[in-house]
Design a protein. Structure first.
Length: 305
């Protein structure tokens, strides 16, 4: 199928570079893969209403349980009261943890203040929900299929960024929607590595996704990539996590402190595009975790290095 035909039913609904959201319109059901940032909810809801012409959102599918991917769930549920949330089993568990829910709320409010500083009422809107809204109705696992009518979403377990991360393959279109385990594009030739829970699992996820017969690739916080980027996407993903590993291990073996390794990481990966995609607080959280994961999984004892 041609790209322009796919884009009529597979629509990027991001409302900000930090946001996420892909609308998939089947003949029978409508799914929103990652409903995105809470501060984007008012604009996104109006956009979705316009695109759907009265059709409801049937499913919100959580690629993983971070606030920038699922923060809008409570606000979407206020509009489409019958929608079902689909996630991995691990994400369903995350949604029951008070600490995780507290972080989702706090980071969502921070993002609203950071990216919409002139909207004094937005933080209150973002914060106005019951934590119980974060509830998984349908749990999916590797190999499960979500049928939308003429469109099938095949679930691919891709842990590495988080333990609950899932990606999707749409065989009718030969399209793969990858999660952040494979990295986040910051330009057509650069990626930001975010293997928070495991470098080794991230490698496995890249290798797994590369085996699919995909002609089109949809990248997180980006959308459908160009044909040229798609041809080298998985190599770029693998090269990026390997470079990150080597960069951090080099600094670690040189005796750099964690604070110094954060500076090394930021100098390499926090470019202007990433500043727009991720608030500083979230970047710092991710960076420290990535550093610790790399050292735990990949470092030899210093006396052997």
């Amino acid at each position: 199928m041609k790209r322009n035909e796919i884009e009529k039913r597979y629509i990027n609904v991001m409302c900000h570079p930090s946001d996420e959201g892909t609308l998939v319109i089947g003949e029978e059901k409508v799914a929103l893969i990652d409903c995105g940032m809470a501060f984007c909810a008012p604009e996104k809801i109006e956009k979705l209403k316009s695109l759907l012409g009265g059709r409801p959102i049937d499913y919100i599918i959580a690629g993983h349980s971070h606030y920038d991917h699922i923060g809008s769930i409570p606000h979407m549920k206020k509009v489409w009261k019958d929608l079902k949330v689909i996630s991995s089993e691990y994400a369903a568990t995350v949604f029951t943890k008070p600490g995780a829910l507290k972080m989702i709320r706090e980071l969502s409010v921070t993002a609203a203040k950071t990216y919409r500083p002139d909207d004094a009422k937005l933080p209150e809107y973002v914060n106005d929900y019951d934590d119980a809204a974060f509830h998984t109705d349908i749990i999916v696992h590797e190999g499960d299929k979500i049928e939308l009518g003429g469109i099938t979403l095949e679930v691919i377990a891709t842990p590495g960024h988080t333990r609950d991360a899932i990606s999707f393959y749409i065989p009718e279109w030969k399209l793969i929607k990858v999660d952040e385990t494979l990295g986040v594009l910051t330009s057509e030739t650069t990626m930001y590595p975010v293997y928070l829970v495991s470098y080794l699992l991230a490698r496995e996820a890249i290798e797994k996704c590369a085996k699919y017969d995909a002609e089109f690739i949809s990248s997180p916080h980006y959308g459908l990539v160009s044909d040229e980027v798609a041809r080298g996407y998985f190599k770029l993903a693998m090269d990026t996590i390997n470079e990150c590993r080597d960069l951090l291990l080099k600094g670690y073996y040189e005796g750099k402190s964690e604070e110094e390794l954060v500076e090394v990481f930021a100098a390499r990966y926090r470019n202007d595009n990433l500043v727009d995609k991720q608030p500083y607080e979230a970047f710092m959280l991710n960076t420290v975790v990535t550093i610790r994961t790399t050292i735990k999984e990949c470092a030899e004892p210093k006396e052997q290095a």
